[in-house]
Design a protein around this ligand. Structure first.
Ligand code: PLP
Length: 436
């Protein structure tokens, strides 16, 4: 089953030379497991890339997509419609916070973020606040890989190779404070005051020039950073006080990761705009989107100076296979009570993760919902190398883990069982013990 030439494919976010020298090939997947090309079951500790929330090959999603491809393989979204895109928007309106009822579809989280930033700018202009053009992000933020996303994002390697990025962007400080918040469960105790960075940026730029601030409610890709208690609420208050849009990037948190449809719901803080992707289709067909509060959509529609209210869209916005996958995934989440299950399982996940705290090299463990981050001490002069070796060793032992820097990030499908959670952390403990 192994392709005999690995050279031509340029792999994303992968050390290509290292992989091609010793490839890890996946041939199929079902439920909690992948099958590798050498015939082994590999437990999916990460729901793919935080997306396969319903587990692999969920029968409802598989059959919905197979039916959809036979009925309507493609329908253009510009000037034409098909029922799936409208139906999905109606369903999302029920699931998302009360005032977020309008949805724009993209093909990925990165496109969702760039779409959200463009909507924020166009909306400010449409309501006569055309000076509000600055965008605020946060250090260590990950908002995908489009130019908008890397500009508001705060991961140095994702930014440093790509020129001067978008102008007019500034950043708040990140909230990571292992000294005060080490080995945490849920929201961390300390750091709500870091939201005041937004006030501070206002004294530099003035609120009349700021369109929006974007944050991940839980910073995922930088290594699992739950927010400090009260932090998101304070951001909301500051945005309200200064007439700034608050965008939550929920690409990893929406659709059950925290046992709720959205992190906004989990934390009880309503943003103006939510970006989402991944769990929307349980990863089966690429799809992302942006949900906006009613007044944003209404202002754009009411004040448009051209028949088209938003000059933006993708060939595959609302693709029929994607909407079929999304509708079926939402059914699967509801019918199998997966969000409730996630809430129940999250306690066991946290218990098993924190049980690893005394292992050598482990310097912090952070858990929230169905997410766990285990941070390891970096090898001197080789940041990321230890976690990368652990990822490779875990694959050999039958477990897929995700690494970012020296953090092991776990975000299993929501269908994981208690014994599987135990097994996941047994393997992890084993490899942490053996990898120097
Ligand atoms: N935003 C957040 C918070 C993410 O975690 C990700 C991906 O992990 C993205 C955006 C980008 O999504 P995609 O890889 O689908 O473009």
């Amino acid at each position: 089953m192994r392709p005999n030439n690995l050279e031509n494919y340029w792999m994303p976010f992968t050390p290509n030379r290292d992989f091609k020298a010793d490839p890890r090939m996946i041939v199929s997947a079902e439920g909690m497991y992948y099958q590798s090309s050498d015939g082994r079951d590999i437990m999916d500790g990460t729901a793919g890339l935080w997306c396969v929330n319903a587990g692999h090959a969920h029968p409802k999603i598989v059959s919905a997509v197979s039916d959809a491809v036979k009925t309507l393989d493609y329908a253009p979204g510009f000037n034409f419609g098909h029922a799936g895109a409208f139906e999905l928007s109606n369903r999302l309106a029920e699931l998302f916070p009360e005032n977020i009822n309008h949805f724009f579809f993209t093909n990925s989280g990165s496109e969702a973020v760039d779409t959200a930033l463009k909507i924020a700018l166009a909306y400010q202009r449409a309501r006569g606040k055309g000076t509000k053009t600055r965008l605020i992000g946060r250090e260590r933020g990950y908002h995908g890989v489009g130019f908008g996303g890397i500009s508001v994002g705060g991961l140095v390697k994702n930014r440093m190779y790509f020129g001067s990025l978008l102008g007019g962007v500034d950043h708040m400080r990140h909230t990571h404070d292992p000294v005060r918040n080490g080995f945490s469960r849920g929201e961390v105790e300390h750091g709500a005051e870091l939201a005041e960075d937004l006030e501070k940026l206002m004294t530099l730029h003035d609120a009349s020039n700021i369109a929006a601030v974007i944050v991940e409610p839980i910073a995922g890709s930088t290594g699992v950073l739950p927010p400090p208690k009260g932090y998101l609420k304070r951001l909301r208050e500051i945005c309200d006080a200064h007439d700034i849009l608050l965008i939550f990037d929920e690409v990893i948190t929406a659709f059950g990761r925290l046992g709720h449809a959205t992190a906004a719901d989990y934390f009880g803080v309503e943003p103006d705009i939510i970006t989402f992707a991944k769990g929307l289709t349980s990863g089966v067909v690429p799809m992302g989107g942006v949900g906006v509060k009613d007044h944003i959509y209404q202002t754009m529609v009411d004040t448009a100076d051209a028949p088209i209210e938003l000059f933006h869209g993708y060939t595959y916005s609302g693709h029929p296979l994607a909407t079929a996958a999304a509708l079926a995934a939402l059914d699967a989440y509801a019918d199998d009570a997966m969000y409730e299950r996630a809430t129940d399982m999250s306690v066991h996940l946290a218990d098993c993760a924190h049980a690893l705290k005394d292992l050598d090299h482990v310097i912090d463990i952070r858990t929230i919902g169905m997410i766990a981050g285990i941070e390891l001490a970096s090898r001197p002069g080789a940041p990321g190398a230890r976690a990368y070796d652990i990822m490779k060793a875990a694959w050999e032992k039958g477990l897929m883990v995700r690494v970012t820097g020296d953090v092991l990030a776990f975000s299993p499908p929501l269908v994981i069982s208690k014994p599987e959670i135990e097994r996941l952390f047994e393997i992890t403990a084993d490899v942490i013990r053996t990898v120097e």
